[in-house]
Design a protein. Sequence first.
Length: 365
Amino acid sequence: MLGRKEMVDRMREFDYSKLADRTWDNEIISYISKIHEYKGKQELFLKQKPVELERLIEIAKIQSTEASNRIEGIVTTGSRLKQLVADKTTPKNRDEEEILGYRNVLNLVHENYDMLPIKSNYILQMHRDLLKYTNYSYGGQFKTTPNEIDMVLENGEKVVLFKPLEPYETPDAVNMICENYQSALGKELVDELILIPCFILDFLCIHPFNDGNGRMSRLLTLLLLYRSGYLVGQYISIEKAIAETKESYYDALQKADKGWHEEKNDPKPFIKYMLGVILSCYREFESRITVVEKAGTKSTSYDIVKAYISERIGKFSKQEVLVSCPSLGSSSVESALKKLVDDGTLIRIGAGRKTLYARADSVTK
């Protein structure tokens, strides 16, 4: 039986410089190239419409807080969520305590990412704040008991995907991924878009906390992206994009962690998944900005909504229009949708809260 020292000696090296010796397939290279292009256009986007961008930030914070917690089964009503994110209420139960903690750390990352170095003690402090409002005693501390990565199926069955490092291995491992990440970043040996998913994959495989590992991984994803200049997560929720592809997320993670303990795993499935999510968010960001530009500077709410629906296929709700037309309020969108129905541009489907809309030209005569 191996003693503790021998087991520590066999711990992964987390040597990210070795990534420079690997070859990457055309799909990964294509993702990186396209995301670099969007990063180049990012400054142009950010100079366009400051009011609309502020609205996008508000929407993204709500969606990110809701989605990242929902992945872990932590939920509340839509109205309560908005109040919690806007700091207009106090939590009523454990789920809302955890939601409020996530909101606070998300705000911290959004507003102070340049002052949050990738260091073990900063990660611990973020975790402390994540669980600040709960009665858990382990916020800001590494795990003290073994844990596992699992997935809950639709029928409620829990499937174990991976056995992470033991508690005694965890502090050294987290220090190593932070130090080696910074070292590889400083030497510019590997593209940041390769490096970031590999760091997050290792963080998830270490699974350093008793609770909150998934949410921390998503907050760290934003932090790493922002510190490297990829700011799309401030305007389009990356957490929502992950929640909407949760099965693909778990599948990529399961493929990428096979052989992880022996340093024989292939991170490519997880890299591809994360790059696909980031690229989809940049494309969504561009489409939101395009709607504003297409409508023109002196456009009415009718013009803006009409510009949005001209690019939209299939059924959609008023809420989707509100999210995609960030310069408009609820009553303006409602009025514009009514006019578009009245003039025959749209058709209304259903009634009340379940009302949906579709372009009239999509209906076969």
